[in-house]
Design a binder for this molecule. Structure first.
Ligand code: F6P
Length: 372
């Protein structure tokens, strides 16, 4: 595939939204128009390529003034895997069917030459399977969780960390005034990036991350050692995927067909255990979707705009079945299979983990250097 063969491309945003999606769309549209290409937006993830009334032309006007806007002008979907589309059976139960051939047919019928798919690991997996079916496709990594392999960071992460850091910072004064403990639950699914970074930046006392199963007695020891030093309050950041040694992650509701299980509730459980063991009044704040909403930070905007422009560049070079990725100072490409081969969790031997420990932040384990 060469540049002169591309005339019309489609773009979609899939999975949970992340601040910066609109900035990517703007960069894609402006870079494409500059090359004389037409861009169409597929609404609600891949679903818009199955119901083609959900396709719209994206021109200058449609992407004007959207760099700073959260959400996505295309809408998104968590349940839109064309290879496993949920379908209701006459008896009311749900099953899934493979509608990918229909999607490929529509792609050709609409005169499309390529797709840029913006999404997380699920969207990248689908993108690879579509590439195998002959669709030229480039992925753009997105997730506040920062758990996609192949890229040093994803856009949305910086904004989520900023929101969580501000919350931890704000809770300090009220925690100190009332001599309380606060547990603050942050998102991140099975990775502790948001929890660890916001705990360090916000000056928390404890950070519980999925990568390090915690011992509640170690957490309480830290809180009581602060108490003994006259620091009668503590801030405990809890990743939604944190779990005790030998225990399970806390989930909400049953798993829905075609969707990831929902995590949540760990911070509330930890709060109860802290009160039981220390007698300290402990309150919980769950930040939830506040971390995903609203305007992206400048860092996320720049990264999103770079990814969008790079995706168009690599399509023009004839690349497909790849994801654009940050490898500072460069934006490069990695094969989609590599990006989806594993989840990027916090390495325990990373400088960030060492930094937290050196700062005296308890990570819930019996680290030998700890002096709580
Ligand atoms: O993957 C992004 C994320 O916000 C996770 O951190 C969180 O577990 C999940 O999505 C929440 O998904 P939903 O918005 O579908 O409840």
């Amino acid at each position: 595939m060469t540049t002169d063969k591309i005339r019309r491309i489609a773009v979609n945003t899939g999975g949970g939204d992340a601040p910066g999606l609109n900035a990517v769309l703007r960069a894609i549209v402006l870079s494409s128009i500059r090359r004389g290409w037409e861009v169409v937006g597929i609404q609600k993830g891949y679903a818009g390529l199955l119901d083609t009334s959900k396709i719209e032309t994206l021109d200058h006007g449609r992407v004007r003034g959207i760099t700073h806007l959260g959400g996505t002008i295309l809408g998104t979907a968590n349940k839109g895997d064309p290879f496993e589309m949920p379908m209701k059976l006459p008896d009311g139960t749900e099953t899934t069917i493979d509608r990918s051939d229909e999607l490929v047919e529509n792609f050709h019928r609409l005169g499309l030459d390529a797709i840029i798919a913006i999404g997380g690991d699920g969207s990248m997996r689908i993108a690879h399977r579509l590439a195998e079916k002959g669709i030229p496709i480039v992925g753009v990594p997105k997730t506040i969780d920062n758990d996609l392999a192949g890229t040093v960071v994803t856009f949305g992460f910086d904004t989520a960390v900023m929101v969580a850091t501000e919350a931890v910072g704000r809770l300090h004064s009220t925690a100190e005034a009332h001599e309380r403990v606060f547990t603050v639950e942050v998102m991140g699914r099975y990775a502790g990036w948001i929890a660890l970074h916001s705990a360090i930046a916000g000056g928390a006392d404890v950070a519980l991350i999925p990568e390090i199963p915690f011992d509640i007695d170690v957490v309480c020891r830290k809180i009581m050692s602060r108490e003994a030093r006259g620091r009668r309050f503590s801030l405990v950041v809890v990743a939604e995927g944190a779990r005790p040694i030998g225990g399970e992650m806390v989930t909400r509701g049953p798993k829905e067909l075609g969707r990831e299980i929902r995590l949540g509730g760990c911070a509330e459980q930890v709060a109860g255990q802290i009160t039981d063991r220390t007698g300290k009044e402990t309150r919980t704040v769950v930040l939830g979707h506040l971390q995903r909403g609203g305007t992206p930070t400048a860092r996320d905007r720049v990264l999103a705009l770079r990814f969008g422009a790079a995706a168009v560049r690599v399509l023009a070079e004839g690349q497909s079945d790849v994801m654009v990725a940050l490898d500072p100072p460069l934006v490069k490409t990695v094969p989609l299979t590599e990006a989806t081969s594993r989840m990027k969790t916090v390495p325990l031997d990373s400088d960030t983990v060492y930094t937290a420990r050196e700062l005296g932040i308890c990570l819930g384990d019996d680290w030998e250097g700890a002096n709580y």
